[in-house]
Design a protein around this ligand. Structure first.
Ligand SMILES: [Zn+2]
Length: 473
């Protein structure tokens, strides 16, 4: 073989992440101990042994991942951008009170400019902790949100905040904000799809977003599911989020929330239900039968005392093959946007609840945080695992710290021990958006100042004093 021929076998790529563990979440769920990922343009071109890839590719940039752990970008299956004042939500509130007393009024106080800042801050936080794709379950000022999403570089599904306030909870205590009748609510959802598609960013897909915690009529709920199917989109709503919501629907409809959705024909594989912390076994069967997707939000469930360990059916949902994402919900009902911490809770809470150490495995938790989440959001055609042809959404963890060492089984260390603080490098569609723990596309410090300024104004507007119970001197 001449020197010229040898050189012809070496292909130019943009980025080669090489050395260290690579957990692919590929079809065989293969893990490389000394692995590499080659990236060209927006896509992964090869995944395999570091030595093999070194012989095949010449990279514009080599990311030395020796001693590190590389995984597919994580997916946050439920994250509101429409939120403010983390840590200021009054303590001692449960779901329906928290919504009416704090969350809806603070949402309503955010201007278009505020929304842009909040969206940029939230997406920056997600990227910092290794999330490359998320679902926004209904925002306001969609245009400015889209601009912020494009600036941050994140991948997502997004749509406009929509309700008709004609659901089983009635309209009592709901803010006089974004009021629509059923017809205009459906029109708003269609316009949301049109707006997202017209924006034309390949990383941003539309969602048919209705609120759903007792605030939407059956006509709107079924209409959203239908629209998602017709428009090749994903309907997203909150459902079975607390025992109080369940009891309310039983009183009004005579059926539980998921059961009621099944009866009105609003469950299908283009529907994603957020929370579902209260289910019966027959509802698990309905979700499996219809191919409905769900997101589990363990930190939100714990903070709002939803009873997820008592009325949740997480092991049964996994056993039934229901596609499940993990989410962190709005920032005040979670206070972190770290899917590593969500994986920890999703793996361990069901074990205690069932007194069964095999209730949910570390592998199942990692799957929910990555490939399962991508499937739940219907973006698994482009992201969720590391394989040639997939978009290059990649996270590299720094393992040079006590949470990761000793390192014998990276899945166990990741799920049980690590947090997103150890995320070192993040690529989205081949673009380095976090480099050595620094965000490359936004000014973190400036964003923090802007967000705190907005928070102070919003808290004043809605009359909430963020102080805790201890005196501040
Ligand atoms: Zn939510």
């Amino acid at each position: 073989m001449t020197e010229h021929e040898i050189q012809d076998d070496i292909h130019d790529v943009d980025i080669l992440i090489t050395g260290g563990w690579v957990i692919t979440l590929g079809d065989e769920r293969e893990i490389y101990r000394d692995g590499a990922v080659a990236v060209s343009g927006t896509k992964i071109v090869d995944v395999g042994q570091a030595g093999d890839l070194a012989a095949r590719y010449r990279a514009g940039r080599v990311i030395d991942a020796t001693g590190k752990v590389t995984i597919p970008g994580m997916v946050n299956g439920h994250r509101h951008l429409l939120c403010a004042a983390k840590g200021a939500m009054p303590e001692g509130t449960v779901t329906l009170d928290a919504l009416r007393r704090f969350i809806y009024p603070s949402f309503a106080s955010l201007s278009e400019e505020d929304m842009h800042t909040c969206a940029l801050h939230a997406t920056a936080e997600m990227i910092r902790f290794g999330t490359t794709t998320f679902e926004e379950p209904g925002c306001n000022h969609l245009d400015s949100v889209l601009e912020a999403l494009a600036t941050s570089g994140i991948r997502c599904r997004v749509g406009p905040w929509t309700w008709d306030q004609l659901g089983p909870a009635g309209s009592t205590d709901l803010p006089d904000w974004l009021n629509f009748d059923t017809r205009s609510a459906l029109r708003r959802l269609e316009q949301g799809i049109e707006t997202v598609r017209a924006f034309g960013n390949p990383r941003i897909r539309d969602a048919v977003t209705i609120e759903g915690v007792g605030t939407c009529s059956d006509e709107l709920t079924a209409g959203a599911a239908r629209l998602a199917t017709e428009a090749d989109s994903l309907a997203v709503l909150h459902k079975a989020t607390s025992e109080r919501e369940v009891r309310l629907e039983q009183r009004v409809f005579g059926h539980r929330p998921v059961e009621h959705m099944y009866r009105i024909g609003a469950l299908n594989e283009r529907v994603l239900l957020n929370h579902v912390t209260s289910l019966e076994e027959f509802e698990v069967a309905y979700l499996a039968e219809t191919g409905t997707r769900i997101s589990q939000n363990p930190s939100s469930a714990l903070k709002l005392a939803k009873g997820t360990t008592q009325t949740g059916k997480w092991p049964e949902l996994l056993a039934a093959g229901v596609t499940m994402a993990l989410g962190t919900d709005a920032e005040n009902v979670s206070n972190f946007q770290d899917i590593c911490r969500a994986m920890f809770l999703a793996a361990l809470l069901p074990r205690d609840a069932r007194r069964d150490p095999n209730a949910v495995s570390a592998e199942q938790a990692l799957e929910m945080g990555t490939r399962g989440g991508a499937t739940a959001l219907r973006v698994d055609d482009v992201t969720g695992h590391l394989a040639p042809g997939m978009e290059a959404d990649v996270v590299v963890f720094d393992t040079a710290d006590f949470d990761w060492r000793p390192l014998h089984n990276p899945v166990a260390n990741l799920v049980y021990g690590a947090t997103g603080h150890s995320v070192h490098t993040v690529l989205i569609a081949g673009e380095i958006v976090l480099d050595a723990k620094r965000l490359t596309k936004v000014d973190e410090e400036a964003l923090r100042e802007d967000v705190e300024k907005i928070d102070r104004r919003v808290l004043g507007q809605i009359g909430i004093d963020p102080a805790g119970t201890w005196p501040v001197r």
